[in-house]
Design a protein around this ligand. Structure first.
Ligand SMILES: NC(=O)c1ccc[n+]([C@@H]2O[C@H](COP(=O)([O-])OP(=O)(O)OC[C@H]3O[C@@H](n4cnc5c(N)ncnc54)[C@H](OP(=O)(O)O)[C@@H]3O)[C@@H](O)[C@H]2O)c1
Length: 242
C-alpha cells in the first residue's frame, strides 16, 4: 500500500520540490498552501502527470484549528497518514537592538508554534513506522549578526525534533531535521539581492547556492524506509557552507 505524506507549505519553493519528489517516490501527497491556490493545484497536476496521487488543501498552519483541519483532511482523503514534512517557515533579519515585537511574533508563530502544533498532531496521528522531517535552517549553526530571532525560532524546532525522536521511537517513527543553507526560492529572493547570493555562492565549497531539489532529495531519504536507523538528527544541507 502506498504511504501518505503531508508537506506543509508545498505550493512553492522547497516544499513543492519535496512534494513532487515524494510523489515520484510513489507516496500519496497532500500539498498544503495558504494563499496561492493555482500554484498548489499546479503542483498536484504535476504529481498526477507523473503517475502519482495528490490533493491540495488550504490551511494557514500558524492557526492550530486550521492545522487540525489540515490533518483531518489528509487522513480522510488517503485513509491515514505516514509522513509529515514540516516545511513552512519564514525568515526576516535585523539586529536584536532593532527587532520589533511584531518580528518576534511572526518568527515564533511561523517557525516555532506552527512546528510544535504540527509535531503534536503528527505524534498523535501518524501510523507506526512513520516519518517526521522538519525543515530547519543552517542559520541555527551560525552566529551572523541579524539572524538572532530567526535562528532562535528555528533552534526551538530542532530541540522538539530531538526530544520527539525519543518519545516516538517505540513506535518506529523517526523524527529528523534538515538544515538548508541558502536555497534559490521566492522566499530567499525577497530577503537577499542577487549580488549577495553570488558572493555567498563563491564562498561555498561546492561553489553554488542550493536548489530546492537538493533539499528534496535529502528529505525523501529521511522519509523513506532506507533511513530507518537515523532518528533525532539534524542534517546539515548547505553544500559545506556551515
Ligand atoms: N530558501 C532558503 O534559502 C532557506 C534556507 C534555510 C531554510 N529555509 C526554510 O525552508 C522552508 C521553506 O522555505 P522557502 O524558501 O521554500 O519558502 P517560500 O519560497 O517562501 O515558500 C513558502 C511556501 O510555504 C507556504 N506558506 C507560507 N506560510 C504559510 C502558512 N502560514 N501556512 C501554510 N502555508 C504557508 C507558501 O504558500 P502560499 O504561497 O500559498 O502562501 C509557499 O508554498 C522554510 O522553513 C524556511 O525557513 C529556507
Amino acid at each position: 500500500m502506498p504511504r501518505t505524506a503531508l508537506v506543509t507549505g508545498s505550493s512553492r519553493g522547497i516544499g513543492r520540490a519535496i512534494a513532487e519528489r515524494l510523489g515520484a517516490d510513489e507516496m500519496n501527497v497532500v500539498v498544503n498552501y495558504r494563499t496561492d491556490r493555482a500554484a498548489a493545484h499546479d503542483a498536484v497536476a504535476k504529481i498526477e502527470a507523473s503517475g502519482g496521487r495528490a490533493t491540495a488543501v488550504r490551511a494557514d498552519v500558524t492557526d492550530p484549528a486550521q492545522l487540525r483541519d489540515l490533518f483531518d483532511a489528509a487522513q480522510r482523503h488517503f485513509d491515514g497518514l505516514d509522513v509529515l514534512v514540516n516545511n513552512v517557515g519564514t525568515a526576516r533579519f535585523s539586529p536584536i537592538a532593532e527587532a520589533t515585537d511584531e518580528d518576534y511574533d511572526t518568527l515564533f508563530d511561523t517557525n516555532t508554534r506552527a512546528t510544535f502544533t504540527a509535531l503534536r498532531e503528527a505524534a498523535n496521528r501518524l501510523r507506526d513506522s512513520g516519518r517526521i522531517v522538519v525543515v530547519s535552517s543552517g542559520t541555527v549553526a551560525t552566529t551572523r549578526p541579524g539572524t538572532g530571532l530567526y535562528g532562535a525560532a528555528k533552534a526551538a524546532g530542532d530541540q522538539l525534533v530531538r526530544v520527539l525522536a525519543k518519545e516516538l521511537g517505540s513506535r518506529r517513527i523517526t523524527v529528523n531535521g534538515v538544515r538548508p543553507g541558502p536555497v534559490r526560492t521566492d522566499g530567499l529572493a525577497e530577503l537577499q539581492p542577487e549580488s549577495v547570493l553570488e558572493r555567498v555562492a563563491a564562498q561555498t565549497p561546492l561553489g553554488r547556492i542550493g536548489e530546492p531539489a537538493d533539499i528534496a532529495d535529502i528529505t525523501a531519504f529521511l522519509a523513506a524506509d532506507d533511513s530507518r536507523w537515523i532518528t533525532g538528527q539534524i542534517i546539515h544541507a548547505g553544500g559545506g557552507s556551515f
